[in-house]
Structure formats: structure tokens, C-alpha cells
Design a protein around this ligand. Structure first.
Ligand SMILES: Cc1cc2nc3c(=O)[nH]c(=O)nc-3n(C[C@H](O)[C@H](O)[C@H](O)COP(=O)(O)OP(=O)(O)OC[C@H]3O[C@@H](n4cnc5c(N)ncnc54)[C@H](O)[C@@H]3O)c2cc1C
Length: 327
């Protein structure tokens, strides 16, 4: 069977490291993939074509960039590479998928209905932000606010400085514990009087001389012009406010996988809402639908792992199409 007229062989949804890498591999395998790359959205958290790296100024841990690279620059290079081999781009969000019929049906925010033999879901997981007046301005301009300690904690600006982490779950404990390697001190700000993280994870903070919990407190804003100088904290009971001087703020209040458009289409999710994959594969529970990157990975959430998964998904999709005689 050859691909039928008007039906895409491979549609890739998303344009972060996973989506672009899948596009590069899919295009080089002669699948002429179509990438539906998303449109900018502000709510509930910022989402941009290019993905989560569009929110960061310095990527130092992606191999091949020994002097670092800005997130937007890196994603522009990924896109160029995908386009060079023939990826076709659609500037739209996917709003709905119907995987019960074949070819699959994909609807976009531009009112288009796209039909495809194989689909790769690479829509990522959006870091949750607090919604503070000065939070994103500083986050997007290298101003000392981040949502990823593993990504940014080792940057020189944070070395031997007092830092703060917001959150009370396992991720917050993990991020705070990681930051104690570099910081002079790590405040862990939580709105209750105890963490909800597992006992073992709590112990990593409560027994760490460099970490200090700040109980019953919320951050109401970040102080600093070009770079963070402190946080305004509010006591949840007395409403008293004070300024806590810190040189870095790491938000660790979870991620939201971008899967709303998959509601009702039969894709299986894990208990955290991430797309569930078959072991050692990018295959979902629906034959011909693959997933890659943070949308299917609650554990690593790094550009390099997302890229690796994008590569796997494109190879799996190519083999699946070949098995089904679609060239
Ligand atoms: C502040 C911050 C700093 C970071 N720094 C680093 C770092 O230094 N190094 C590192 O390795 N990692 C870093 N990360 C993590 C990294 O950004 C992610 O692991 C990576 O971007 C995941 O790639 P992805 O392709 O899976 O998803 P994303 O990059 O999130 O891309 C998802 C894509 O899907 C699109 N999309 C979403 N919904 C739809 C829809 N309905 N229709 C169409 N398109 C849609 C979006 O527009 C976006 O293009 C950082 C993350 C944050 C938040």
C-alpha cells in the first residue's frame, strides 16, 4: 500500500526537542513528516512553539554546545535542521484527535482536519509557575528564576549563594537537595507546616545542614530588576510580609503534561497523567500512535532525553509504516 492521497504518512504534534528530533529522523527516512507545532498561549502557564526551552536563556548541558546556547537559539537550530530535510510545518494547536478510525483524524485550532497514518505525540509537560508579577520576566531573561534545578543549578550565578525552592512534594525535596551541592544555603518554602513528600525524601532536607524549611509561607513576588535580589514572603496565618534575600528561586510545584487534546481518544495515561508507553518503546496503547519527550516522561524531563525519545519514536513510526506497507 502507498500513502493515500491527502493522507499524511506521519504527523508530529509539538515542536520541542522531542518533536523536532522526530521530524529530523522522519524527514531523513523520506516520510515527509508534517509537524503541527503549536501556537503561543499564556494560560495556565506559558507555552510556545519551540517548547519549554524557549523559557530559558542558558542551556549548558546539551552535548555539542561546549560554550552553552540560549534555549530559543537551540530550538531555532533544531527547526532549521528539520526543515532542511523536508519537514512541513503547520502553525496551529491540535485541538482534538480521533484514533478510532484509520487514517487517524486530527483537528487543529485553524479549523483544518488532517488525516494521518501514524502520529507522534510530543507536546511536552509545562512547568507550573506561581503566577507572580515578576516571575516570568526574570525567568525568561536569565534573572535567577527557574523551574528546573537540574538544568540551571550548576550555573555560576548560583554558586555559594542563598537560594530558595518553592514546594513540598518529592520533586521539591529532590531539587532542593540537588541545589545544596552548589548553594551557600537553600530555603524550602512551603505553605503548610510539614512537607507532603515521602519520609525518605523529607529526610534529605530536614537532615541537611545547608537546607532550611520556611513553613506556613507563600511567595507573593520576586524582588530584583535584572537579577533576583529577594522574595517577598507572606505568612499564611498572620498575613505578615517580609523580604527574604536570595540569589535564585526554583519553582518546584509540578508539571502539567499537555494532553488535553487527547481527552476521549482512547490513549492510556499513567497515574500522573503522562502518556503511557510500552516498555522499551515509544508505542502507546494505540497501534500507529507514538509518544516522545516530557509528555511521556515524568522522571527525566531533559532536552537530551526528550530528543532521544523523539529519535526512538520516529524510528518506531518508520518501521510501523513499513510493516503496514505504507511508503
Ligand atoms: C525554565 C526551564 C529551564 C530548562 N532548562 C533546561 C536545560 O538547561 N537543559 C535541559 O536539558 N532541559 C532543560 N529544561 C527541560 C526541557 O525544556 C524539557 O525537558 C524539554 O523541553 C522537553 O522537550 P519536549 O519536546 O518533550 O517538550 P516541550 O519542549 O515542552 O515542547 C512541547 C511542544 O509541544 C507544543 N504543543 C503543546 N500542546 C500542543 C498542541 N495541543 N498542539 C500542538 N502543539 C502543542 C508546544 O508548543 C511545544 O512546542 C528546562 C525546562 C524549564 C522549564
Amino acid at each position: 500500500m502507498t500513502a493515500s492521497h491527502g493522507v499524511e504518512k506521519l504527523v508530529i504534534i509539538g515542536s520541542g526537542p522531542a518533536g523536532w528530533t522526530a521530524a529530523i529522523y522522519g524527514a531523513r527516512a523520506n516520510l515527509s513528516p508534517r509537524a503541527i507545532i503549536g501556537v503561543p498561549a499564556a494560560n495556565p502557564a506559558p507555552v510556545l512553539p519551540g517548547g519549554q526551552l524557549m523559557l530559558t536563556t542558558e542551556v549548558e548541558n546539551y552535548p555539542g554546545f561546549p560554550h552553552g546556547v540560549s534555549g530559543p537559539e537551540m530550538m531555532a537550530l533544531f527547526q532549521q535542521q528539520a526543515e532542511r530535510f523536508g519537514t512541513r510545518i503547520t502553525n496551529a494547536d491540535v485541538t482534538r484527535c480521533d484514533f478510532s478510525q484509520r487514517p487517524f483524524v486530527i483537528e487543529t485550532s485553524e479549523g483544518e482536519t488532517v488525516r494521518a497514518h501514524a502520529v507522534i505525540i510530543a507536546t511536552g509537560a509545562t512547568a507550573n509557575w506561581l503566577g507572580l508579577p515578576n516571575e516570568l520576566r526574570l525567568a525568561m531573561n536569565g534573572g535567577g528564576v527557574s523551574a528546573c534545578a537540574v538544568c540551571d543549578g550548576a550555573l555560576p550565578a548560583y554558586r555559594d549563594q542563598p537560594l530558595a525552592v518553592v514546594g513540598g512534594g518529592d520533586t521539591a525535596m529532590e531539587e532542593a537537595s540537588y541545589l545544596t551541592k552548589f548553594a551557600s544555603k537553600v530555603y524550602v518554602i512551603h505553605r503548610r507546616d510539614s512537607f507532603r513528600a515521602s519520609k525518605a525524601m523529607q529526610a534529605r532536607i530536614l537532615d541537611n545542614p545547608k537546607a532550611e524549611p520556611v513553613w506556613n509561607s507563600v511567595v507573593v513576588d520576586v524582588v530584583g530588576d535584572a537579577f533576583i535580589e529577594g522574595l517577598i514572603l507572606e505568612d499564611v496565618y498572620t498575613k505578615a510580609r517580609r523580604t527574604l534575600p536570595v540569589k535564585g528561586l526554583f519553582i518546584a510545584i509540578g508539571h502539567s503534561p499537555a494532553t488535553k487534546f487527547l481527552e476521549g481518544c482512547g490513549i492510556e495515561f499513567d497515574d500522573k497523567g503522562y502518556v503511557m508507553l510500552r516498555t522499551r518503546s515509544s508505542r502507546t496503547n494505540i497501534d500507529g500512535v507514538f509518544a516522545a519527550g516530557d509528555v511521556a516522561d515524568a522522571v527525566y524531563r531533559q532536552a537530551i532525553t526528550a530528543s532521544g525519545m523523539g529519535c526512538q519514536a520516529a524510528i518506531d513510526a518508520e518501521r510501523w509504516l513499513a510493516e503496514h506497507g505504507i511508503h
